[in-house]
Every structure is written in C-alpha cells, then in structure tokens.
Design a protein around this ligand. Sequence first.
Ligand SMILES: O=C(CO)[C@H](O)[C@H](O)COP(=O)(O)O
Length: 245
Amino acid sequence: MSGNDEKRAAAEKAALLVEPGMKVGLGTGSTAALLVDALGRRWTEGLRFLAVATSEATHRQAEALGIRLATLDEEPTLDLTIDGADEIGPGLALVKGGGGALLREKLVAAASGRMVVIADASKRVATLGRFPLPIEIMPFGAETTRRRVASLLEAEAGRPVDLSLRAGKDGAPFVTDGQHWILDAALGRIADPARLAGSLKSVLGVVEHGLFVDMAEAALIGTPDGVMEETREGQARPGDSSTCA
Ligand SMILES: O=C(CO)[C@H](O)[C@H](O)COP(=O)(O)O
C-alpha cells in the first residue's frame, strides 16, 4: 500500500463519520482533499450537510463538487472537523501547517465538537519535531519577530535552531490565506509540545503556530494492515468508523 493509498483509505473511512444535517469542518492538504472528494461522492448520493473550509483551496474544491458551504462566522459552532496532519505524536498532539493553513485549521477545529485526524502511517511519530514546525507571523516587522522566535527556540532547545522564512514558488515569501508569512523551525525534537505552544503564543508578532495540543480526539491512520483508529488516550484498534465518536 503506498502512502497515497493509506491517505485515501483513512479519508474514505472518515467520510463515513459525516451524518445528515451535520456541520463539518473540512481540512486542508492532500489527505483532506481525498476526504473532500469522498464527501463530494456522498453528496452526489444524497447526503446533505454543511461545510466550513479551512482554506481557500479546500473551499474551491468543495464548491466545485456542489457541497454546501458556509463561513465560520455564519456557522460558529461545528459538529466535527476532519483534517490531515504533518505529524501525530503521543496524546494525538499534532504538528500542522505544512500546507500553510494552520490558522484557519485551528480556528475551525476549535469551533468543532470534535476533531478527527486522517493520515498515512508515516505521520505517526514517537516524538514531535522531525517535521519543521510552522509558525505564522505578521509580515510587518517580520525580522524582529524572527529574532524573538529564534531566541525563544534557542532557549528551549539549548542550541541555535534553523528558522527559515517559507518561500512560495516565485521565491517571494509564501503568503497565507490570512495574508501572513510563515517561519519553519527545524527543532528536531519537541520534548514538551504544550509548553512550547504556550511560549510561542506569547511572542509578539506571532499570529499562530502549528502545534495542536489536546484538540484531536481521534486519528484514523492508514497502514498496510488497514485503517487504525487511535484515541487521545493512546488506544489503537482496527478502524471502525462507527465507533470513532
Ligand atoms: O496542516 C496541513 C495544511 O496546513 C495539512 O493537514 C498537513 O500539511 C498534511 O498535509 P498532507 O495531507 O498533504 O500530508
């Protein structure tokens, strides 16, 4: 089974969690795109629900499939958000933001009764930090913010941390849907995600970071042996989407 097959299997399983009349947050990224495709097929078959997208890209995809969409301001309370992740660590702590949508992803997940993560098996890690941590910052005074973040991370890691401004395809800074920029921090290991999350939030100029702690309730992870469901408490079992509540 390839990584893409694993993503697809997890996404198809998660699509079965959506029930008639639900208000659903739709994530961003290649795994979330497979979910939106699966939900588009369910919509064609007659399932009716309301969706809030976590990015302009997901909004466009869902709109093209005919799925009914609202903004988070129109629907500030959602039943369920299903989203991908760059890393899934113990307690379902996540690193997200590889696709640059972390701010809207966090706002939508926080407005949801539950968040379910979908991913291929490569995303499961014993300790977060192998994937560079995205940190969304204000473009104004970006260099001053970068220096503040660098000194915080150096103090946390006990060594200088490589902190790069994410570039878009044209080489200019990558601009998020919220018109912000992103720093990617190569931490290697995040010993205490909750503590780092709190520290980063207090840095002037930081808009948001890609650590999602105590947000995901369950993960559906595609593996060569099928989709495994993991809960925040760490129980893993073969995925039965009907029990993923
Ligand atoms: O956080 C995200 C986007 O901001 C994505 O969920 C994350 O990058 C995973 O993407 P993919 O499903 O393509 O591996």
